[in-house]
Design a protein around this ligand. Structure first.
Ligand SMILES: Nc1nc2c(ncn2[C@@H]2O[C@H](COP(=O)(O)OP(=O)(O)OP(=O)(O)O)[C@@H](O)[C@H]2O)c(=O)[nH]1
Ligand SMILES: [Mg+2]
Length: 438
């Protein structure tokens, strides 16, 4: 039900985006501020040996042509923007118009800028302070604040005006288990706090330090970067997870990162069940100037995977990231489809996929454990990304997952923008969740 609502909401947002495109009165200025040319169209896919014919594949240009946005030259190549950026764009356009009017009345005539000239930084509306870019530490601590406040206020309740005894320690242990850290970690923290402190006052900051040390001890061995091995070209990343866990958003964020690293990308809209999912990835692709390969809704995802790898090889792609439809881990037929995608990929490259990322939504708490278990078995998960740590007081689940499965944790997400995904750093996470300020 929640997913249906999210999908409806996403579709509404897409419709609004399309309408905003129609409403634009200053396309060339808009393009100078936010637009980029798509430079590397996906080549025509060669005939597929798998699934339906490769003519079903819609290269990015065709997808643009079938979208609700009118296929004028402007709309084909202009990057679509999210609604927040749209507001900024409108303000910037208005401010620029004013500046241009003022300049026209006072400055001597000059050569007009060509529409394709790269723009300077977007013009700020007069009097508007430049947006302050938050540091990752600020994003992380703000994102994890629900978890850390919940733990912090419980610690104050447990330890204020009480000498340390068995009952206090029981309360501590219960609280840590409720915070999803898992029984093993809770017991170790309990033992550490108890050491030499029986019948003494214990201050909350000391307990927070013990908590952070123990959390870091569990997480440090699994905090591993996602290494893109250049020997594999393309390096194939398959992204899996349950419905709504944040797969497509994470792909967008990852693509933004690889883009910054100068990698040539191909995004594969492997969630062929829903047209909106294809559109969602296409919008990320347009924002990042990365080609997106897709089939019409209902197409065969395994066949698409095969054609995408072939196209990526011919195209000199460095990193191919394939989205998949969300599936509950207990739906056998859907999990079998995932196996098929992997089998088909291996026909072209026995080592593909080179990374299988399981995207976990931190808000689901203990259910994350069975997701890791089953996706791990079926899809051979090689690493984890945990999203939505900002939306929950249950961030501790990462500790329980790490302790039990010992899978690499590559990234965590604490929000919906491209900057809200970062490589996972155990020490930072441990201090942030324990509510230690520095
Ligand atoms: N607060 C927050 N929201 C997130 C984060 N990552 C994703 N989301 C939001 O979660 C919702 C679902 O994200 P999607 O990326 O569509 O999830 P998905 O796994 O692709 O979903 P399906 O394709 O339906 O299975 C969207 O509204 C995202 O904006 C995060 O780190 N924090
Ligand atoms: Mg999706």
């Amino acid at each position: 039900m929640k997913n249906d609502q999210e999908q409806d909401q996403k579709q509404d947002e897409f419709a609004e985006d399309a309408k905003a495109q129609e409403d634009k009165r200053r396309p060339s200025l808009f393009k100078r501020l936010f637009g980029r040319k798509a430079e590397a169209p996906v080549p025509e896919s060669p005939d597929s040996e798998i699934g339906s014919p490769s003519s079903e594949i819609a290269p990015i240009s065709e997808v643009a042509a079938t979208s609700e946005v009118p296929a004028t030259p402007e709309t084909e190549t202009t990057v679509e923007i999210a609604s927040t950026a749209e507001a900024l764009a409108t303000a910037a356009i208005e401010a620029t118009a004013k500046i241009e009017e003022a300049a026209a009345s006072s400055a001597p005539p000059s050569t007009p800028a060509t529409p394709e000239a790269p723009s300077a930084a977007p013009v700020e509306a007069p009097g508007t302070p430049p947006p302050v870019k938050k540091s990752w530490w600020t994003r992380l601590t703000q994102g994890l604040s629900r978890s850390s406040h919940s733990i912090g206020s419980s610690l104050v309740e447990i330890f204020t005006k009480r000498k340390l005894d068995g009952a206090t320690l029981d309360d501590l242990e219960d609280m840590l288990i409720r915070a999803d850290l898992g029984v093993a970690a809770a017991l170790r923290i309990r033992d550490e706090v108890a050491k030499g402190r029986h019948d003494k006052d214990v201050d909350v900051e000391t307990v927070k330090t013990i908590l952070a040390t123990e959390v870091e001890r569990v997480l440090a061995p699994v905090a591993k970067p996602l290494d893109i091995d250049a020997a594999h070209k393309p390096f194939v990343i398959l992204v899996v997870g349950v419905n709504g866990s944040g797969k497509t958003t994470t792909i967008g964020k990852l693509a933004a990162k690889f883009n910054r690293d100068g990698k040539k990308l191909l995004l594969v809209a492997g969630d062929t069940f829903r047209a909106a999912a294809i559109e969602q990835l296409r919008i990320w692709g347009e924002k990042l100037n990365a080609p997106v390969i897709s089939r019409e809704a209902g197409g065969d995802a395994a066949g698409l995977a095969f054609d995408a790898i072939k196209a990526a090889r011919e195209n000199g792609t460095d990193v191919l990231i394939m989205d998949t439809a969300g599936r509950l881990q207990n739906k056998t037929e859907l999990m079998a489809e995932l196996e098929k995608i992997i089998r088909v990929m291996k026909k072209l490259d026995p080592e593909a996929p080179h990374a299988v990322l399981l995207v976990l939504d931190a808000t689901v708490g203990q259910n994350a454990m069975s997701q890791v278990e089953i996706f791990g078995r079926v899809a051979g998960v090689t690493g984890l990304v945990m999203t939505k740590l900002d939306g929950t007081a249950r961030g501790g689940i990462l500790v329980a997952v790490a302790e039990k499965y010992k899978l690499p944790i590559h990234f965590i997400g604490v929000g919906e923008t491209a900057d809200d995904l970062q490589p996972f750093a155990a020490g930072d996470f441990a201090r942030a969740i324990a509510g230690i300020d520095t």
